[in-house]
Design a protein around this ligand. Structure first.
Ligand SMILES: CC(C)(COP(=O)(O)OP(=O)(O)OC[C@H]1O[C@@H](n2cnc3c(N)ncnc32)[C@H](O)[C@@H]1OP(=O)(O)O)[C@@H](O)C(=O)NCCC(=O)NCCS
Length: 170
C-alpha cells in the first residue's frame, strides 16, 4: 500500500486491474479532456508507461481502492510533466464515472499531496488542467491549489489551452 485515507487506499496498479483501468480510459465522457476514448493500443501504452514509472521513479498513478469493498474506483497519483520548459510534479486523477461526485477524487488527491510533501520531499505540486475541465479544477481548488499559469498544450495534434494549478508545502 502507498497511502490511505478514511475511505480509500492507494496501491500500485497491476495487470489484474487492466479491465477496470481500461474501462476509465475507454469511456468517452471520462476522456473528453484527452480528446476522447483511448484505443486498445493507447491503453496498452498507458499500462507500459505506468510499469516503467514504478520501476524507474517509484511513483506514478496508483489504483484508488474503496476500503469497504476492495473495488478499484479510479487512478490518482504523481507524475512528472513538462510545463513551459520546466519539469514539475503533477497530481493526476481519473475516476470511473460510476464513482464521481462522492468526494473520492479530492480525498485521494489530498493524500497524494501529503505523500509528495512528506515522503518524497517535494516543495510544490501541480495539477495541469484543460480549460474546459471544471470538475478537475474543483478538485485542484479543494486540494488547496491556486491557478498559476495558462499555456497551450499540443496533444494528438490539437492545440488545447491548459491551466496550471499548484500548492506549496508550507
Ligand atoms: C476529475 C474527476 C476525478 C473529478 O471527479 P468528481 O467526482 O467531480 O470529484 P470528487 O470525487 O472529489 O467529488 C466531488 C463532488 O462530490 C461531492 N461530495 C459528496 N460527498 C463528498 C465527501 N464526502 N467529500 C467531498 N466531496 C463530496 C462534492 O460536493 C462534489 O460535488 P460536485 O461534483 O457537485 O462538485 C472526474 O471528473 C474524472 O475522473 N474526470 C475524467 C478524467 C479527468 O478529466 N481527469 C483530470 C485530468 S486534468
Amino acid at each position: 500500500m502507498i497511502t490511505e485515507t478514511k475511505r480509500l487506499y492507494l496501491r500500485e496498479i497491476t495487470q489484474a486491474d487492466y479491465a477496470v483501468i481500461a474501462k476509465i480510459l475507454q469511456d468517452d465522457d471520462a476522456m473528453f479532456a484527452y480528446n476522447g476514448a483511448f484505443s486498445d493500443e493507447e491503453v496498452a501504452q498507458w499500462f507500459d508507461n505506468l510499469m516503467t514509472q514504478y520501476q524507474t521513479r517509484g511513483f506514478s498513478l496508483w489504483a484508488v481502492v474503496l476500503k469497504e469493498t476492495d473495488q478499484v474506483v479510479g487512478q490518482c497519483g504523481l507524475t512528472l510533466q513538462q510545463v513551459q520548459g520546466e519539469t514539475v510534479t503533477e497530481i493526476g486523477y481519473l475516476f470511473n464515472r460510476d464513482y464521481w461526485h462522492q468526494g473520492y477524487a479530492i480525498e485521494a488527491a489530498q493524500a497524494c499531496k501529503t505523500y509528495a510533501f512528506d515522503i518524497l520531499g517535494i516543495e510544490r505540486v501541480f495539477s495541469i488542467i484543460r480549460d474546459n475541465n471544471l470538475a478537475s479544477m474543483n478538485v485542484a481548488i479543494r486540494n488547496g491549489m491556486t491557478v498559476r499559469t495558462k499555456f497551450i498544450k499540443t496533444y494528438k495534434g490539437i492545440e488545447m489551452p491548459h491551466f496550471t494549478f499548484a500548492v506549496d508545502k508550507s
